[in-house]
Design a protein around this ligand. Structure first.
Ligand SMILES: [Zn+2]
Length: 80
């Protein structure tokens, strides 16, 4: 076997290994992307009640909840 053939074979093995590695990373990123895009149903988000009260004009008082999903890390707010 010539040196050239050995190098070519090593290159092919390397490419195959690299492709598997990249495909695994891609699959993991696709899961992450799905979660970021809101496909995660946020089964048990952490919700913290927040309020802005004590305004001179009571109609300016507002209440909301800060929510965070421990599953995907998404954060959002909702009205109380
Ligand atoms: Zn989530």
């Amino acid at each position: 076997m010539s040196d050239g053939a050995v190098n070519s074979r090593a290159l092919q093995v390397g490419i195959r290994y690299e492709r598997v590695r990249v495909e695994k990373e891609l699959a993991a990123l696709e899961v992450e992307l799905a979660q970021i895009q809101g496909i995660c149903s946020h089964p048990s988000p952490v919700k913290i009640n927040k309020g802005n009260t004590g305004n001179y004009d009571r109609s300016a008082d507002s209440y909301w909840r800060e929510c965070a999903c421990p599953g995907c890390g998404k954060k959002w707010t909702e009205d109380q």
